[in-house]
Design a protein around this ligand. Structure first.
Ligand code: DOR
Length: 464
């Protein structure tokens, strides 16, 4: 249907403002053969023009995507996506998750390995890479650190790295044994890959279903203390110091965790960190509804934690905003809070949430919960955290996240920063409906997504 648009014929993104790691400028962008071929203030289209649309290609010379009033940025890159295939295809598939990602402005996602069975062998990784080849966005794969994600014996990391795997994690579980983690870091260092840790000290977290604090006491729900996360961050920083290996911290959620990472950076340790949209927007007060849609791991934290994690995004301590998109079928969510699976969807709302809550904070719907109203975070910081920083961490740059310049890969997101919309959990490309933002009014919406020169979303609609 878009045949020819990304081929030899030109596609012109007209009227937008380009924002990338090099700055901001009012320019049009022309694309052909999957690459950016021209960046200039007013690109004239040769020959008769037409609007690119789901209606398909005609014999015209150039297609034009209207980007007026929009930001044109490198496609978003999600470091943390649960695609559930193989094993839980009723919740999500590689194809459905990639479609949700494209709607959210993503041109690449990193699929987490806690599938069923887990992605802990080269064969298992190959199958998901194969499924990703036809998907609506690029699909990279994170391999498991340990066999079966059981935390005991290392998985064949070198074989997976040979397939291009750049991130290893047992996400869903933290690697509890410091000796195993030390060996994983040593292998990773020698392979030139990154270990990503789900920071949770299991003994301290055991039996908890929400953040331990005032709300857990009031609601009578056993809590997980912030220290369960912070102890593991502190331990792993010691292991990074010991091994010299790079480490990435997944979904950090507490004031103490970001303080530890900030100090580690000042010390010069090679660590990066991510936070999720939900830990930047929602607090543990939401659990008052007992609605399992608000159950997630790590749990929604206190208003003071949310404020600290926001500050860490603003000052760059948190490198990336990663969704931890964790779709679940109704039988795992429509059950009592303490029996429900943790996790929430996030691919289709991440950019709009970050925009609404961080870039335009006067719009913050939860400002009374999330703490004192804070100064706006620069748009480029937020787009960097959603695109070029995660692309670098995942080893996907510059094909993803790279500056928009002649010769660059045309993986792009076009975003209208003023469009207001209301989240409807039923309107989604995901197979799951566990969306905690249903009914929320957001400002900013993805208009077009271009992957490898081909539009996959036009006017907020998927083309495939
Ligand atoms: O809430 C979560 N859900 N946290 C995780 O670490 C795993 C994820 C999942 O796979 O459902």
């Amino acid at each position: 249907m878009t045949e020819g648009i990304g081929g030899s014929r030109r596609l012109v993104l007209r009227g937008g403002t380009v924002v990338d790691a090099t700055g901001e400028r009012r320019v049009d962008v022309a694309i052909a053969g999957g690459r950016v071929v021209e960046v200039a203030p007013d690109i004239a289209s040769p020959g008769p023009q037409r609007k690119a649309s789901a209606g398909g290609a005609s014999g015209d010379d150039a297609a034009v995507l209207d980007c007026s009033g929009c930001i044109v940025c490198p496609g978003l890159v999600d470091l943390h996506t649960h695609l559930r295939e193989p094993g839980d295809e009723d919740a999500e598939t590689v194809a459905s998750g990639a479609r949700a990602a494209a709607l959210g402005g993503y041109t690449a996602v990193v699929a987490m390995p806690n599938t069923n069975p887990p992605l802990d062998t080269a064969e298992a990784v190959s199958r998901v890479l194969e499924l990703g080849r036809d998907a609506a966005c690029d699909v990279a794969v994170a391999g498991a650190i340990t066999q079966g994600r059981a935390g005991e014996r290392l998985a064949p990391m070198a074989e997976m790295a040979a397939l291009g795997v750049r991130i290893f994690t047992d996400d869903g579980n933290g690697v509890q044994d410091a000796g195993v983690m030390r060996r994983a870091l040593e292998y990773a260092r020698d392979l030139g890959v990154v270990v990503a840790q789900h920071c949770e000290e299991a003994a301290l977290a055991r039996g908890g279903h929400m953040h331990e604090g005032g709300w857990s006491s009031r609601l009578g729900i056993p809590g997980v203390p912030a220290e369960a996360e912070e102890l593991m961050v502190a331990r792993d920083l010691a292991l990074v110091r010991l091994t010299g290996a790079r480490m990435h911290f997944l979904h950090l959620s507490t004031a103490g965790s970001v303080a530890l990472v900030r100090a580690a950076r000042e010390e010069g340790l090679p660590v990066t960190a991510e936070a999720t949209p939900h830990h930047l927007v929602l607090t543990d007060a939401r659990v008052v509804s007992f609605d399992p849609v608000f159950k997630v791991n790590p749990p929604l934290r206190s208003a003071a934690d949310v404020a600290a994690v926001r500050r860490a995004v603003a000052d760059g301590t948190i490198d990336a905003i990663a969704t931890d998109h964790a779709p679940h079928a109704p039988q795992r969510k429509d059950v009592p809070f303490d029996e429900a699976a943790p996790g929430m969807t996030g691919l289709e709302t991440a950019l709009a949430l970050a925009w609404t809550e961080l870039v335009t904070p006067e719009k913050t719907p939860e400002k009374t919960q999330a703490g004192r109203l804070q100064a706006a975070v620069p748009a480029a910081t937020i787009l960097g955290a959603l695109s070029w920083r995660p692309a670098q961490i995942a080893g996907l740059a510059p094909e993803h996240g790279g500056p928009i310049a002649e010769g660059a890969a045309a993986n792009l997101c076009v975003f209208d920063p003023t469009e207001e919309w209301t989240v409807d959990a039923a309107v989604t490309a995901s197979r799951s409906r566990n969306n905690p933002y249903a009914g929320m009014r957001l400002r900013g919406r993805v208009r077009h997504t271009v992957r490898r020169g081909e539009p996959v979303v036009i006017g907020g609609e998927l083309l495939r």
